[in-house]
Structures are given as C-alpha cells and as structure tokens.
Design a protein around this ligand. Structure first.
Ligand SMILES: Nc1ncnc2c1ncn2[C@@H]1O[C@H](COP(=O)(O)OP(=O)(O)OP(=O)(O)O)[C@@H](O)[C@H]1O
Length: 589
C-alpha cells in the first residue's frame, strides 16, 4: 500500500476500497488510465479530508451533540448588508464588515454551514425495487422521499393520447436537481397505481395521499437531456402576480415579482413561459413568468382595449390561448411529499425646449416588459452622471444646485451652448459656449446635442461632448435634462443614473412650496409663488412622465420636504459612486 495510506489516520473505508480495487485489478475491464485515475482519487488528500468532514458531521449529528444556533446565516448576512449599507460613508467599521461579508470564501463557508444546519444532505434514498418486468427496459423508476420542498415539475395530459406527461421541469427544483425527470417523460405509475386514463388532478390526489417515499414509473422521452441554465438577467418593468394571471399554465409554479426586480432568466425554452429566479434569492427552484413576447402582446392588447370606445367585447383569452397551448391545464406536482447656494443660477431655458403640450404620446409605442441588464462595477475616477428628471418646477435645479455646492470640485454641470451674444461679465466656457447659429444648427442636425431649444430667437443646448469631457475629467456630472431628452442621454457612452424627482400629493406640494416661498418657474417674467393650477399641472405632468419613462428610472425621490429630498440625493450619489449597479447589458462589454 502506498505511503499516504500507511499513515494510521487514513479512513478505513477508503483503505478498504483501495485494497479491493488493487485485488480485483486484473478482473476489471478498465484501462490502465482509468485504474490510475481511480486509485489516485482514492489516495488523494482532498478526498480523505472530505470523508473525514463527512464522518465528523454524521458522528456529531448522531447524538445531537452540536445544534446550530441558526440555519440561515446567509440570510442574516444579507440583512446585515442592507442595514449597514446606508452607514458606509460614516463608519470605517461598517465599511470593513460590508467588504468582509461579501468575500466569496466567507459566503461559501456560511452556505456550507447552512446546508449542514438544515441537514440538506439528508435523507438517503432507499434501494430501488427491482421488480421490473422484462419488456420494461425503457421504463425508468424514480423514487423520491418526502421533504418540505415541492417537486418542481408540472404534469399535463396529452391532447391526442390522453397520456399523463411531465409538462415542465422547473430549473433548480428537486426534479431538475435529481436529473431523473425530464420534460416529455410519460408517467405510467405512481406508487404502484396505474395512471392510464386518469386526469392530472387524479394523479395529484394520489400524490397528496401518499406518505414516505413516492415511486414513479416513467417512460423516458426521446433524446431529452437537461438544458443548461442561461445567464441572462433582466429588470422587470411591470408587477406580476401569478395568482391573478388567468392564463398561466400552472399558478402554483408561477413567480411573483415587482417592477424593478432583477430576475435571472434560467430558461427561455418555452416561447411564452420563461423560467426565472429572483436575483439573490436563495430558493434554487425557478418559477414561471410570462415571456417578453407574451407580455408585449398583453400590453398591446390592453392598450387597444383602452383606446376602444365602442365595446366590441374583449377576446384576450382567445388571442393568448391560441399562442399558449394548454393554458391552465398543467398541474404542479406537490412536494412528493408534501438654499442659499453660491453657485450661479443657470438660465431657465429647459422648459421651452420641448414645450409642445402633450406632444409626447409617441413614446406610448414603446412596450416596456423586461430589459436585459448586467452589473456595472464602479471605476474610481470615472463616475456615472446623475440625471435628475421630473416635471418642470418640481425642484430638479434646486437639488442640483445644492448637491454641487457641497463639493464644486467634484460635482459639475456641463456648460451650455448658446447662439445669443455674450453679455458684459459673462465668460466664454464658464457661463456659456457662445457659437454662431449656423454652427449650432449643424451640430444639432449631426446629433451632437442631448437637448436644445429656442428662446427669444436664440438657441440654447447641452452637447454630448461637454458631458463626456466632464466624465473623462473625473467629475460627477449632474444633469437636469428635460424628460424627453432621456432617450438621447441613456446611452452606453454616457451611462447616466436616472433619478426621478416626484411631486408629492397636492396638499403637501402646496404646503411645502408656500412655506418656503417657492418661486414659480412657469412665468419667467414674474417671480411669484405657484398657483394651484400650476401645482396641479406639475402633478399631472409627473404622472405622464412616470407613465412614459418610469422604466428608465434607477431611483425615485419624492420632493416634499426639501432637506429630506436632498439627503436622499446625497445618499444615492454616494451609493452610485461606490456600489455595483444593474445597467442595460449592452453598456457592459
Ligand atoms: N421641496 C421643496 N420645498 C419647497 N420649495 C421647493 C422644494 N423644491 C424646490 N422648491 C422651490 O421650487 C422652485 C422651483 O424649483 P426648481 O427651479 O428647482 O424647479 P425645476 O424642477 O428645476 O423646474 P424648471 O425646470 O422649471 O426650472 C424654487 O423656488 C425652489 O427653491
């Protein structure tokens, strides 16, 4: 026997295995290479260490010597991360703990701890009964043991033959992980009961009444093999509740999510029902969500219905059912078992830039469902611009000015261009870039401006180049673009972090603006307070902006109390600088 094994500490079962391997070496049909591999493995220190750990766990588990204090250390770690996140800027200790808890080694340790604490390695499967008839070589027998986890597969009865088949296997669920159950497998027997001629509900009833292990006899589907998990992540642009969806093939298999949630799409095999997990969710089993194509059809249909004034009757059901076979016909197999600012005030030109009242309906063509995203990691010295959008008068410029005044050497706003002539005291390149109308019109036509407009016969605008030069010079560029310029700035080149400044409800809006003697920005010639109509208009505009552009927003700040809104802005600005962010996948190469 080899030197390593001569060591008295070596596990006796491993030594025994190796000895019998060597003894029967000649009778084995294996090649020299295969033998060498196996014998090397049995003698490896890694395997020995693993066996030792395994034995120790079993030994300690036997007489309940060690009881875990908790079995969800990963969950606790995530909660701690959330709690300390807002304190990162203020405490070095918080920062250190934040980094520590994200280290893969520590997370691996906590995962392993939880698996052991939850006894995830139990139970052991009993021997498979081998009383299989001779002509049943194409039958597979799958035995599952009760646990708290659902099986993660759905069944349906086939339209033409009435056979019960596995309709869907949810990625990461118990069935998928077993590697034994595949889509298309025909269910012949459950616990010795023949299911021929039975409905999916009958089969469910058998399963629910069963206790202990459950044995399936399955005819394997031809040529099926497990599909590899996709890596696609998307941001959802709508709320989804499976229980409220009349068209989902199986409500219990659905995954609920909220607008803004990041979803890991693990399978797009079905054109209408994708399988997804929520990013960061420890539940490995994927759930069903409507595919992009299906959701787009639904939204378009809903819009058509809204637009229809006459009632021709809705037939959404018919329309979707044509595309999605077996709607509602699948059954999920249960568990087999169970200010005063010193920055000069920029000129008020924005509100005239796109002032075609309500001319923004063109955006309604866009159907926001899911957007593919990827993580963008912060790069020191190269900061994402912050773009504050909102209805005119809501306070974007006020917040921008306050943020810049906290550190003018860090936060900057791009210098605008104008075709008007320079006035006494103004400095070229500081107040404005003064250019001729011909030059500016040419540049506008060439798409060099993120926004522009005309006021009293002169053009004003902000160029893409001036934004990029601030970014490249290491500043945090602060923009307050008109909302219709959002599409222009939301590019891989600029990578803006878009913050929606939302007006509060009318009473609060009126109260806060009156208390602060806020000046209306609607009538440039008169510096006066906001009228009720103007405040209502602000709220109305806000709603339209949300309707059209909310899928572009990274954050939202309700500008009720100005100092709270400003605090939120500062907190967001710090986190954009330091934390990884989900951005459109095309921005990350
Ligand atoms: N939360 C608040 N409470 C009280 N007053 C506010 C608040 N936010 C902003 N204001 C005041 O409201 C007025 C309009 O704000 P601001 O000029 O920043 O609006 P804006 O969104 O930039 O609009 P515009 O695009 O028309 O310039 C200013 O007098 C500002 O000081």
């Amino acid at each position: 026997m080899t030197a390593v094994m001569a060591n008295g500490n070596w596990d006796p079962s491993l030594s025994g295995l190796l000895a019998s391997l060597e003894e029967s070496r000649r009778q084995l049909p294996s090649s020299e290479e295969e033998f060498g591999f196996l014998s090397g493995l049995l003698q490896s220190k890694e395997l020995h260490a693993l066996v030792k750990v395994h034995n120790k766990i079993l030994e300690n588990g036997k007489d309940d010597k060690l009881n875990p204090v908790l079995s969800s250390s990963m969950q606790v770690a995530v909660e701690v991360l959330e709690v300390i996140l807002p304190r990162l800027g203020r405490s070095e200790l918080c920062k250190e703990l934040f980094l520590l808890l994200q280290k893969p080694h520590l997370q691996g340790l906590m995962c392993a701890h939880d698996a052991v604490a939850q006894k995830d390695y139990f139970p052991r499967l009993p021997e498979i009964p081998l009383d299989v008839e001779e002509d049943e070589e194409t039958i597979k027998i799958v035995q599952l043991v009760k646990s708290n986890e659902p099986l993660g597969a759905t069944i349906k009865s086939e339209d033409d033959t009435g056979k019960i088949v596995i309709a869907r296997v949810m990625h990461g669920g118990a069935a998928d992980r077993s590697g034994l159950i595949h889509v298309g497998d025909e269910v012949v027997e459950v616990n010795g009961i023949n299911v021929e001629g039975k409905t999916p509900n009958d089969v469910l009833a058998i399963l629910q009444a069963s206790e202990g292990t459950i044995t399936f006899k399955l005819v394997p589907a031809d040529g099926r093999s497990g599909c590899r998990e996709s890596k696609v992540r998307v941001r959802a642009h709508f709320d989804y509740s499976a229980s409220a969806d009349p068209y989902i093939p199986c409500k219990e298999a659905g995954l609920d999510f909220l607008k803004g949630d990041i979803l890991h799409i693990v399978s797009q095999d079905d054109a209408y029902w994708w399988q997804a997990r929520k990013e960061g969710d420890r539940n490995m089993r994927a759930g069903l969500i409507p595919s992009r194509a299906l959701q787009e059809r639904r939204i378009l249909h809903e819009r058509q219905q809204e637009d229809k004034t006459d009632s021709e009757g809705t037939n959404l059901e018919g329309e979707i059912c044509t595309g999605v076979k077996c709607v509602g016909a699948e059954r999920l197999l249960p568990s087999p078992c169970s200010s005063t600012s010193h920055c000069s005030r920029p000129p008020k030109i924005k509100k005239i830039l796109y002032d075609l009242t309500e001319a923004d309906d063109f955006m309604r063509e866009e159907v926001a469902t899911y957007e593919e995203v990827a993580k963008l990691y912060p790069r020191p010295g190269l900061y994402r611009p912050l773009a504050l959008v909102g209805p005119p008068g809501v306070g974007r410029n006020e917040l921008k000015r306050r943020l810049i005044s906290t550190d003018p050497s860090k936060y900057r706003s791009p210098v605008p261009f104008t075709t008007r002539s320079i006035r006494p005291g103004e400095i070229e390149g500081k107040d404005y870039y003064f250019v001729s109308r011909e030059v500016m019109e040419e540049d506008v036509a060439a798409g060099k401006f993120i926004e522009y407009g005309e006021y009293k016969g002169n053009l004003y605008g902000t160029s893409v180049e001036s934004v990029l030069s601030l970014i490249n010079a290491g500043y945090v560029c602060i923009l307050s673009p008109h909302y219709q310029a959002l599409k222009m700035i939301r590019t891989a080149q600029i990578k803006p972090y878009i913050i929606y400044i939302k007006p509060p409800l009318f009473d609060t809006l009126k109260e806060t603006r009156t208390a602060a003697y806020a000046r209306s920005t609607f009538d440039k010639e008169n510096s006066r307070g906001f009228t009720d109509d103007e405040l209502r208009e602000m709220i109305h505009r806000g709603r339209r902006i949300e309707f059209m552009f909310s899928h572009f927003f990274d954050e939202e700040i309700v500008n009720a109390d100005l100092s709270s809104a400003f605090e939120s802005l500062v907190r967001i600005a710090i986190s954009v600088e330091t934390d990884p962010q989900w951005v459109p996948a095309s921005w990350v190469q």
